[in-house]
Ligand binder design. Structure first.
Ligand code: HEC
Ligand code: HEC
Length: 314
């Protein structure tokens, strides 16, 4: 009995020491600085390139959905340029994270940064100050042509001063950040340009690298790693404060898939209708403005996928 108590005591002391150690190391690791290359990207003043950037920012890459504090569903922002002042709160189990001010304000926005610093943050997940960018924006493989257009559009926006609150992580968040979060970068060489047509090749690029359809329609674990079959349906998304969770459906060409039997016209028309379930997290109000050709390309790509049976859920 005495011996047992002794073991218990030492286990307890060891545990306390380990926990203290882990927490101290976690604390010192909160502001780890990372190295990453500065991409060779320069904003252009060409109006055609800026117009392309606008289409990407508002519609296909839906930056506006996260970087505007407005309720984008209620606004036809294809007509209006909403200020991308950031500050939208993502209240996650690991803490509170805010989108940043990406208007050209020199004090609180991207006016402080060079084109290469902005491109580095998006391609390599490293903020201009060297800290990690939480991977909300997997645009790591977007073409240099499209990245140039995006930054060109951001540069000509009206600067708006808006200091976004600092992110605050809880204990779990600090541990996750210290030991699990690393900057995410491109896989392979960043393409200079991707041919814009209606092929599955372009559709794959749009769905995976620009519109991020796979981020929701493929199942992922809590660390964000893909665990399910590509486009076989996502995990239920329970972020709607009291509304029932919605599950991103299976988009593969399987009879149990949501778009099985849909013609290309039906697919395009569904997008033109925009958001039908008012609390859906899908960025319908952006995606509804994708061009017919972009939607055809995505449709064609989805039909090249391996058919996957929809997972039964209780
Ligand atoms: C799903 C939501 C989401 C989308 C979509 C999104 N962002 Fe972000 N963005 C964020 C969040 C959240 C942060 C803050 C991340 C952090 O604190 O590490 C951020 C940070 C940034 C930063 C870093 C700024 C800085 O001060 O370091 C830039 C630049 C940026 N976003 C640009 C864009 C552009 C351009 C697009 C569209 C091509 C876009 N974002 C789309 C959520 C999003
Ligand atoms: C932020 C997560 C998210 C992203 C990104 C996303 N979706 Fe969805 N999607 C959902 C959810 C949740 C639903 C179910 C609720 C609804 O229908 O709005 C859905 C439903 C759908 C439906 C079925 C609509 C219907 O009426 O039956 C289609 C088709 C679809 N998504 C295609 C896409 C495509 C293509 C993309 C990329 C351009 C995409 N989604 C991006 C979450 C997402």
């Amino acid at each position: 009995m005495k011996r047992f108590k002794k073991i218990l005591k030492w286990t307890g002391i060891t545990l306390v020491v380990i926990i203290a150690g882990v927490s101290i190391i976690a604390a010192t690791r909160q502001n780890t600085k990372y190295e990453a290359p500065y991409p060779d990207i320069k904003a252009s003043t060409d109006t055609a390139i800026i117009a392309k950037g606008r289409h990407l920012v508002l519609n296909v890459a839906h930056c506006v959905g996260c970087h505007s504090p407005a309720n984008v569903d209620s606004i036809d922002f294809n007509k209006e340029d909403l200020p991308l002042t950031g500050g939208r709160l993502f209240d996650l189990p690991v803490g509170k994270i805010y989108s940043r001010n990406i208007t050209p304000d020199k004090e609180t926005g991207i006016g402080r940064y060079t084109d290469a610093e902005i491109a580095r943050a998006l391609y390599y997940g490293v903020h201009p100050d060297g800290t990690v960018v939480y991977d909300f924006m997997p645009f790591h493989n977007i073409s240099k042509e499209d990245m140039t257009a995006i930054i060109s559009y951001l540069r000509v926006q009206k600067p708006v001063k808006n200091k976004v609150p600092e992110n605050t992580l809880n204990l779990v968040g600090n541990l996750v950040k210290a030991y699990m979060i690393k900057p995410v970068g491109p896989n392979g060489e960043i393409p200079a340009a991707v041919k814009k047509d209606t092929t599955a090749v372009y559709g794959k690029y749009l769905a995976m690298s620009v519109a991020e359809c796979n981020g929701c329609h493929t199942e992922r674990n809590l660390a964000g790693e893909f665990t399910g079959e590509p486009f076989g349906g996502g995990a239920p998304m329970d972020e709607n404060n009291g509304f029932p969770a919605l599950t991103p459906p299976n988009l593969t060409p399987d009879p149990t898939g949501r778009i099985y039997g849909w013609t290309q016209e039906m697919f395009i028309n569904r997008f033109r209708q925009g958001k039908l379930i008012p609390y859906s997290p899908m960025h319908w109000s952006s995606f509804k403005h994708m061009t017919d050709d972009e939607l055809k390309a995505i449709y064609n790509f989805l039909h090249t996928l391996k058919p996957v049976k929809t997972k039964e859920r209780k």
